[in-house]
Ligand binder design. Structure first.
Ligand SMILES: C[S@@+](CC[C@H](N)C(=O)[O-])C[C@H]1O[C@@H](n2cnc3c(N)ncnc32)[C@H](O)[C@@H]1O
Length: 326
């Protein structure tokens, strides 16, 4: 099934390519206002958003009481980095079993044709509709459909698995009611680490520079603590035009605690057509913020004090060298 023209079980047809899309449950849906024939409605009030649009301050509308059907299933599926080969077979099976697939447009576009062709309906919205998109997936499941909500990497890493459970709870539902399941995927930190050798072999902390949901002072204090304690660090959401200053602040904090020769693996779009990989140093990092290498699809892997580069690979010793001779 194509993602731009979908025939709905409920009788609706849907465009999934633009800001305005047709809900599987029947009604026309926009980022600003959604109406669902699945039984409930949700709306988003207009507010300033760092996410780039006018609004992502969304409210959950319907409750489980609004649905008469026996619920279907809801599965949160992690796609891994992007390429079909990077998906687990469990993820492929979960998507093949799902009647409806719901996700951010970019992730839907990453799905192999055999999955999109076989799906009964695909519902995608652009970035920043996380709450309404997740609610749409839940409403479809409550209306009796087997639904997969998809995301890159793993559903437990800066993703929607938690939000799905929170919304289900706020609707008066339960996880068991929709047989909620998480199907793990390879997180970006791990798929990116694989591109540059073995940078994350010891204790690692992930930090997102997105201040959309966590404020910048908190992010800064986490960066200080992590850099000071010597963890290797996986940095998600490192740069966007609106997040320029966060990236600059991050570089400043890292350089406060770590030597400028510290290796940094930079992986842009792992597993996708525009993949780019570079091993740089912390000292080089600030200047790379304005290049195409670092954007919203890049993950940075910052070495610890022991990380070194050997034969174009980052190596973070696990500590065997302290116990064994080799
Ligand atoms: C909202 S988070 C989602 C993370 C995802 N759930 C995971 O497990 O990787 C988005 C961030 O993940 C990272 N990311 C996702 N896919 C990536 C890829 N293919 N290559 C490099 N980084 C990626 C980027 O840092 C991006 O800003």
């Amino acid at each position: 099934m194509s993602t731009d023209d979908t025939e709905s079980k409920c009788g609706a047809s849907g465009s999934t390519e633009s800001e305005t899309s047709e809900s599987k449950c029947g009604a026309t849906k926009t980022e600003a206002s959604t109406e669902s024939k699945c039984g409930g409605s949700s709306s988003s009030s207009s507010s300033e958003s760092k996410c780039g649009g006018s609004s992502d301050d969304e409210e959950v509308g319907s409750t489980v009481e609004d649905f008469d059907a026996d619920p279907g299933r809801l599965v949160a599926v992690g796609l891994g980095p992007g390429e079909a080969e990077g998906m687990t077979s469990r993820a492929k099976t979960a998507l093949a079993d799902a009647e409806h697939i719901v996700g951010y447009t970019t992730y839907v576009d990453l799905l192999p044709d055999e999955i999109t062709d076989d799906a009964e309906d695909i519902y995608s919205t652009p970035m920043c509709g996380e709450v309404s998109r997740t609610e749409e997936a839940i409403d479809r499941a409550l209306a009796g459909n087997d639904v997969a909500i998809i995301g890159s990497g793993d559903p437990n890493v800066y993703a929607l698995a938690g939000l799905a459970l929170e919304i289900l709870e706020s609707k008066g539902g339960t996880a068991s009611m929709v047989d909620f399941e998480v199907v793990p995927g390879v997180p970006a930190a791990q798929s990116c680490a694989a591109r540059v050798g073995a940078p994350l072999v010891n204790d690692t902390v992930s930090i997102s520079l997105s201040d959309h949901l966590t404020d910048m002072p908190t992010i800064e204090s986490r960066l200080h603590a992590t850099a000071k304690e010597g963890f290797t660090i996986a940095i998600y959401n490192p740069w966007s035009r609106k997040r320029r200053e966060n990236f600059e602040k991050c570089c400043e904090i890292l350089l406060e605690h770590r030597d400028e020769d510290t290796p940094v693996g930079i992986v842009h779009a792992a597993g996708r057509e525009d993949e780019e990989v570079e091993i740089a140093t912390l000292g080089d990092l600030p200047d790379l913020g304005e290049t195409d290498l670092i954007d919203m699809t890049t993950t940075l892997l910052v070495g610890n004090e022991e990380t070194y580069v050997w034969d174009d690979r980052m190596v973070t010793p696990r500590g065997y060298e302290t116990k064994y001779d080799y």
